[in-house]
Write a protein that binds this ligand. Structure first.
Ligand SMILES: Nc1ncnc2c1ncn2[C@@H]1O[C@H](COP(=O)(O)OP(=O)(O)OP(=O)(O)O)[C@@H](O)[C@H]1O
Length: 351
């Protein structure tokens, strides 16, 4: 199912407009993650897709059919929420089969289908149990099976992993991805956790203040962020941001005049700030003071002080050596932003 959101406007009573001309397309069978800070409009967008909320203007189109005013049932949406929302008085089997019961499907058929879904989410041994007897991860798998039983046109997942511990999260998100590929259902996955989004999504929508900042693959978001917000939002540790005025004297290359005229902030990815000797790809040499070093797993993190800014690098080897040094800024991983936060094309720097 291809999903088109066309020119959506939405304002909650007494509030500033949230969506203004919001437009995007989800391809058939695509898994799209929706990320953004609290209050950016993720749940609202999900509710518009589900038909729980109707936009003030614009259209929601499923495979060419305008469903803007169609209810959740008519749209055939599968939903999974953070809090599982299982029926406590029903067994796992009956929970999974419930949507088919509502659709008056015969008992034998709905149990047969529920067992297939239970197999898909690997919950078969628990079919006779009740939700209170299940772990969080098991409950979430039941919720997923229930959401899929009617072969929904679109699957909406609202923070489905946020109540689970780290190991379970990874296992379950991998399972969601596998099942989504198998069923080919167009899916929107809301998450606070970048890792979930970056690991399993085909594309990611970054939302801020109700506005799509960028919709792209993980690699594109990381390597070609459209603006400072996306550059800061995607990537751990975060990108370093330095005022252009502070860095400008240290450039080892001649920058294009338009760049010099418009750049207000420089963003440097932690891996692009390195102690290596100067190479053809070095943009600048920054005199810094080493502040601290520590390792997290395989990664060596280093914080340094440059002028008024503390920077973080993942490309400085462990050292007991001098506290002042020079770090090279690699072109690949360095971005320039204008006063509005838009990324400026660097062009080809001249040595
Ligand atoms: N029913 C409502 N009435 C008025 N304002 C609302 C309502 N629901 C949400 N809002 C406002 O709309 C904006 C977007 O809210 P929404 O819940 O969609 O954001 P979100 O990105 O899902 O946030 P979170 O990550 O905290 O769940 C917020 O400013 C919120 O205060």
């Amino acid at each position: 199912m291809e999903v088109n959101l066309k020119h959506l406007n939405l304002t909650y009573p007494g509030q500033q407009p949230l969506f203004q001309n919001l437009t995007c397309t989800l391809a058939d069978g695509e898994l799209v993650a929706l990320v953004g800070p609290s209050g950016s409009g993720k749940t609202t967008l999900l509710n518009v897709l589900a038909g729980i909320l109707t936009p003030d203007a614009g259209q929601v189109v499923f495979d060419g059919t305008d469903v803007t005013r169609a209810t959740l049932q008519r749209r055939n949406i599968g939903m999974v929420f953070q809090d599982y929302a299982l029926y406590p008085h029903l067994s796992v089997l009956d929970n999974i089969a419930f949507p088919l019961k509502m659709a008056h499907v015969k008992k034998r058929l709905r149990y047969q289908r529920a067992r297939q879904l239970a197999e898909l989410v690997a919950i078969t041994p628990q079919l006779a149990k009740y939700p209170a007897q299940l772990s969080g991860g098991q409950q979430q798998r039941v919720a997923l099976a229930r959401a899929l039983i009617k072969q929904p046109a679109v699957l909406l997942l609202d923070e489905p992993l946020s109540n689970l511990d780290a190991n379970l999260r990874v296992a379950l998100r991998t399972m969601i991805r596998r099942i989504q590929r198998q069923t080919h259902v167009t899916t929107v996955f809301v998450t606070h956790d970048q890792n979930d989004a970056l690991q399993i999504a085909d594309r990611i929508i970054v939302l801020n203040h109700g506005k799509i900042q960028q919709m792209a693959t993980t690699t594109e978001l990381y390597q070609r962020p459209q603006n400072q917000f996306v550059a800061q939002f995607i990537g751990q540790p975060r990108i370093n941001l330095i005022p252009m005025t502070a860095v400008r004297p240290y450039f080892a290359v001649q920058l294009a005049p338009t760049l010099l005229a418009n750049a207000v902030t420089v963003g440097i990815r932690p891996e692009a700030l390195e102690s290596a000797t100067t190479t053809a790809t070095t943009l600048a040499q920054l005199p810094v003071r080493l502040v601290a070093q520590w390792s997290v797993g395989k990664e060596q993190l280093t914080t340094v002080q440059f002028a008024q800014t503390t920077l973080i690098s993942t490309a400085v080897p462990a050292t007991t050596q001098p506290l002042t040094t020079t770090l090279a800024v690699r072109a690949n991983g360095c971005y320039f932003f204008d006063a509005e936060g838009n990324r400026l094309e660097m062009g080809v720097p001249h040595a």
